[in-house]
Design a protein around this ligand. Structure first.
Ligand code: OMD
Ligand code: FE2
Length: 453
């Protein structure tokens, strides 16, 4: 949708009024009329609107983590019929459906049903692959695939359990939120934080990944010695501007609420996108991954992928993330006397990977856009046989790495369970994945000696 406007900055104190209603943000009363004073909850709001606060942190959180926004809306969200249970489809928070599986897992691209077969929208198209933790104790994550072919009509979604980091892989999505509209296309990501109502329009067969985090919000990683600039820069994050519709829906507008892992539905007779103006620092936002300022090694050795962290949801343990969102963007590879692809390793974190486009440098074959892989806690993994052989002998000239590709990783300190859908129902598990390492052969030579210079 051409012409959508955005506000730039990460976690700023924004304010926005739909241009059709100038002055919709309440002014306070001051004695000096040259001073602009603002107020959240006046006795009567401009334009006869209702004031409603959305809290994204405990009221008492320290200032750097305190988050809330104020809506000025035509009717308050509370005017709805009671929630009733609806079918969860393949969305789950049950982590003991299957026996644990520590194997390297890889999935072929997940199927997108044709709309002629079955109409599937963003919510009915959510499928949980893996996760851990608990929405009730507010600590954990889940990873979902969304595959859909139909826009949400007179339906919106509201996740009471956590934040959604959405990574479209095929097909752009138009996300209408209480804050306004965002168009998000592949290689952009968006974050819809806990409790924010949104509806997704699609424009054909659509697929993507969702990282859900309970009990924490995404932050920009600290930069340490990198300094004040680099990685994802705050001003490249875009928040929608206020947009409202004053639309009565005689047949009922459905608000789907994910609460404690289960879906509920409630009816109301008006559109929830009735926010004429809002202000605050708790907002949805999007980010284009091409804006990432890549840092990497310019001398020798392979740096850990934490240098590619776009966003992190921190745990309470210093330096340990509930989940990091990490990308592997196009860049230069210049390291001298170095095996440049990822190293072989076993990690105390879990690594779920997805591919938006192109190839991944550690596996030229087999890992496909729209598929995924999971290398669980301490499960060995690394370059496949072909990648090792090629890169052990490749001339080490400066070269473009990952040109035309965009792989990413959800890295988590949680040991994740894979769902029945992930292991069985989706029928996309690549049972021969382990074979990509079988060609690795011994190069050991006990007679090898350091060459004399
Ligand atoms: O396993 C992977 O492919 C992800 C990864 C990439 C890298 O460059 C270093 C470590 C790592 O886990
Ligand atoms: Fe890894």
């Amino acid at each position: 949708m051409a012409g959508l406007k955005y506000l730039s900055g990460f976690g700023n104190e924004f304010s926005s009024e739909d241009p059709r209603c100038p002055g919709a943000l309440p002014k306070g009363q001051v004695l000096n009329p040259t001073l602009l004073s603002l107020q959240n909850s006046p006795q009567v709001c401009p334009y006869g609107l209702y004031a409603e606060q959305l809290s994204g942190s405990a009221f008492t959180c320290p200032r750097p983590t305190n988050k809330r926004s104020w809506f000025y809306r035509i009717l308050p969200s509370v005017r709805h019929k009671p929630y009733t249970t609806v079918d969860n489809g393949n969305l789950t928070e049950t982590w003991d459906e299957m026996h644990p599986d520590p194997n390297q897992l890889r999935w072929l691209p997940f199927t997108i049903l044709k709309s002629s077969e079955k109409k599937v929208d963003f919510v009915t198209g959510l499928h949980t692959i893996c996760g851990a933790g608990d929405t009730k104790t507010r600590n954990g994550i889940s990873i979902h695939m969304f595959t859909c072919n139909t826009s949400m009509i007179d339906r919106c979604f509201n996740n009471s359990d956590g934040d959604f980091l959405i990574v479209p892989q095929q097909g752009k999505i138009l996300v209408t939120t209480e804050f306004g509209k965002m168009m998000v296309e592949p290689k952009e990501i968006c974050v819809i934080q806990q409790g924010m109502r949104f509806s997704v329009d699609v424009f054909g067969d659509t697929r993507g990944y969702v990282l859900e985090v309970y009990g924490a919000h995404f932050e920009l990683p600290d930069l340490g010695p990198i300094g004040a600039n680099g990685l994802a820069n705050p001003r490249d994050f875009l928040t929608p501007v206020a947009w409202y519709e004053d639309r009565e829906v005689a047949n009922g507008y459905t608000v789907i609420n994910k609460y404690q892992g289960k879906l509920f539905s409630s009816q109301q007779d008006f559109s929830p996108f009735n926010v004429v103006a809002w202000h605050g620092n708790y907002t949805p936002y999007k980010y284009h991954l091409s804006n990432f300022m890549v840092m990497n090694c310019v001398a020798f050795d392979h740096a850990d992928p934490s240098i590619f962290t776009v966003l992190t949801a921190k745990s309470t343990r210093p330096g340990v993330a509930i989940a990091d969102f990490v990308i592997f963007p196009p860049r230069w590879g210049v390291a001298d006397h170095t095996f440049r692809p990822p190293y072989y390793h076993r990690n105390c974190m879990s690594e779920f990977m997805g591919l938006i486009e192109g190839h991944y440098e550690a596996k030229e074959e087999g890992f496909q856009p729209g598929g995924g892989s999971l290398h669980s806690m301490m499960t060995p993994h690394g370059p496949d046989g072909a990648c090792f052989e090629k890169n052990s002998t490749a001339p080490l000239k400066p070269e473009r790495v990952a040109e035309g590709t965009m792989a990413f990783m959800f890295e988590s300190s949680f040991s994740m369970a894979v769902t029945k859908w992930g292991l069985e129902t989706c029928q996309k598990l690549d049972k021969s994945y382990y074979k990509c390492w079988e060609p690795l052969r011994k190069h050991f030579d006990p007679n090898w000696r350091p060459s004399k210079q």
